[in-house]
Design a protein around this ligand. Sequence first.
Ligand code: C5P
Length: 189
Amino acid sequence: MKKRKDIITVAIDSPAAAGGGTQAKLIAKHYKLQHLDTGRIYRLIGKLKLENPKKFNYSLIKKKINNLNMNSLQNKKLLSDKVAVSASIVAKNNKIRSIVHQFQQRCAYSPPLKYSGSVLDGRDIITVQVKDAMFKFFITASLKVRAKRRYKELKNLNKKNTLNIVLKSLKNRDKSDRKRKHGPLKKTR
Ligand code: C5P
């Protein structure tokens, strides 16, 4: 992969529903950057696992990622809590992380010429994926505020959940995303 030298790179890490994705979208729009919500890729793989429990293997994942386009990441079906939980399980696997890494590198360092650069948001963007980003942001909020925010989002999508279920699910994902061995969410200095 040839890296573009003339680009702006922005890296954002945040726990779920803290607003990292919203900030990334705003920055992307303002500065004409390609935006990649990296959580969507893990969600896509998480969904693949739910739909193909028996056929789920590395070659199936590679095929999916090799044929991936930005539009397929916009699928509303990726937004359910069930898919999010499955995403956080597959995200613990280092081999899966390295498959996703290659796709992320292309988006970060070689965005289409119509963009002045890239902005990626996720859990390990500053720490692993785009360590040399020009701008780095760690965005967070309390669990309660994040749960309320996610609850509202899911309600707007007509997903039936209670605030308490959403809060518990975020809490479990936080734990898994922070404590895992590979690419854990952490704030750097
Ligand atoms: O950001 P979002 O909540 O959509 O991410 C879904 C899951 O994907 C996270 O809980 C996390 O386990 C995983 N993820 C990750 N690394 C990233 C982005 C997301 O492990 N860079």
